[in-house]
Write a protein that binds this ligand. Structure first.
Ligand code: GDG
Length: 453
């Protein structure tokens, strides 16, 4: 039987006139499965989607098809930048004050979800499994279920599912829950999110909940935790690549300090970049000895730049970086090297290898794959990890911190750079085993096995 993936983003991008798979965990995990089983990836396509609504891939011997939806400017601004990025994203990450609860966002979101569902129905073969991805498409499982009561439908939610008291702030809380419950299996990264979802189904919909089952409209919907991983093999290869190693050396030379700290994030208020900078500033204030001995590289990839709060955050970060460098810079030492741009995967791997300490301190994060990538690429690095990231629950050997506790993170930085070599090795080797076990191919397999039993 075939597979139909339904996701906001398309898995191919155009490179020198050819379509190639885009980089990213989800695509890496799912394309081989699609290629093996045959099937379709339904997604929002780029500008060319109007002329080319389907892309057979690879062109000469197609193994699967990408069915591309063309979205109008209004659809993009309301469904994607509105409902997805300014309502669901902040709410799921507990930033209630950042939500912009506009009725027209929801209306357009519902319409676009309907379009995704219709496109899915066009390509959904009788025995095919459908797997819907993430918070942009919450209503899709419900619409599909109406059309095919017997169909096999999975859904995966990639960000935190908040406590019911937060979820119920949404005027459309119940309709969205009902949409998700159209699936047979709903996956989350960790148990806590699954429990919050069960709670919401019970309290907001009055559904009967038994263990991890929601009894809903005569069906049983299974709610499960399936922590996502990275493509561990690819990262192992990258870490052995001589070009990556040479680039890591270059970064170390450029820093010119004994110790390197590293942050890598999309520039997003959930990632705690601002608080992390304040913690580094606090560390330098409290530890004069380390001035001139530690460099903090912060890679911030531009993201959602059409949303004003993201632009405002960028300005704030620029200011703090300026303040820290202004007060501490001396004799050629630049305390914070702030890089606001996108890098290749090879370059990121070089940063991971160059760093002694990764500071992964999101204020909330569904999982956080950067933490796993660092562990896979690094030899003896130390992972300082936010307790409020899903990753903290699967990577217990990291140094855990509360990202809001500036003083605590400053102390963790000191502890990390002073950690004896034996302890560093013990921690990183334990973490490497954890990351291997989480591998993204295994994640996809485990979810699909559960859905297809
Ligand atoms: C969501 C959830 C969950 C970053 N900068 C560049 C670049 N990246 C890559 C990283 C990593 C990915 O982007 C980011 O993944 P994260 O998991 O850290 O965060 P989100 O983007 O917020 O992802 C998250 C995830 O979905 C999966 O379920 O873990 O919690 O929020 O792979 O390496 N890649 C390249 N250049 C960059 O500049 N090539």
């Amino acid at each position: 039987m075939g597979l139909v993936i339904v996701a906001n983003r398309e898995p191919l991008r155009e490179q020198e006139g050819r379509w190639v798979p885009s980089v990213g965990g989800l695509v890496t995990a799912l394309l081989p499965v699609l290629a093996r089983r045959g099937g379709v990836w339904v997604a929002w396509g780029d500008r060319t989607a109007r002329e080319r609504p389907t892309l057979p891939y690879p062109p000469n011997h197609p193994q699967f098809t990408v069915r591309r939806l063309y979205l109008s400017e209004r659809e993009v601004s309301h469904y994607y930048y509105g409902m997805a990025n300014r309502v669901l994203w902040p709410l799921a990450h507990y930033f209630i004050e950042r939500t912009d609860l506009r009725r027209e966002f929801y209306k357009e979101y519902a319409r676009v979800n309907q379009r995704f569902a219709e496109a899915t129905l066009e390509v959904w073969g009788t025995d095919d499994t459908v797997w819907v991805q993430d918070y942009q498409l919450m209503l899709v499982p419900g619409i599909l279920r109406q059309a095919r009561p017997e169909g096999r439908i999975g859904y995966f939610w990639h960000i935190p599912w908040p406590a019911v008291e937060v979820w119920r702030v949404l005027p459309w809380a119940r309709a969205l829950l009902r949409g998700v419950l159209g699936a047979d299996v709903v996956g989350f990264h960790v148990e806590e999110y699954a429990e919050n979802f069960l709670d919401a189904a019970r309290r907001l919909l009055g559904a009967e909940v038994r263990d991890n089952l929601v009894c809903w409209e005569g069906r049983r919907v299974r709610i499960e935790a399936h922590p996502i991983g990275i493509d561990t093999r690819a990262y192992r290869h990258l870490s052995y690549d001589p070009k990556v190693r040479a680039e890591a050396q270059r970064i170390r030379r450029e820093a010119g300090t004994e110790h390197i700290l590293l942050g890598v994030d999309r520039l997003d208020y959930t990632k705690g970049i601002l608080e992390r900078l304040l913690a580094f500033e606090r560390f330098l204030q409290a530890n004069p000895y380390y001035r001139g001995r530690v460099t903090f590289y912060q890679v911030a990839t531009p993201s959602r730049t059409r949303v004003e709060s993201y632009r405002a955050l960028k300005r704030e970060i620029d200011e703090i970086v300026g303040r820290i460098n202004g007060s501490f810079m001396r004799d050629g030492w630049v305390p914070v090297r702030y890089l606001y741009r996108a890098f290749t995967r090879e370059q990121l791997a070089a940063f991971y290898r160059a760093a002694d300490v990764a500071l992964i301190t999101p204020l909330r994060d569904g999982m956080n794959l950067v933490a796993q990538e660092f562990v896979a690429a690094s030899e003896d690095g130390i992972l300082v990890l936010s307790d409020l990231a899903g990753a903290a629950q699967v990577l217990p050997e990291a140094l855990h911190v509360n990202p809001y506790d500036i003083e605590g993170v400053a102390q963790a930085i000191r502890e990390a750079i002073r950690m004896p070599m034996r302890e560093r090795y013990a921690r990183i080797s334990a973490l490497k085993q954890r990351v291997e076990a989480l591998d993204v191919h295994g994640w996809a397999r485990r979810f699909l096995e559960s859905l297809e039993v």
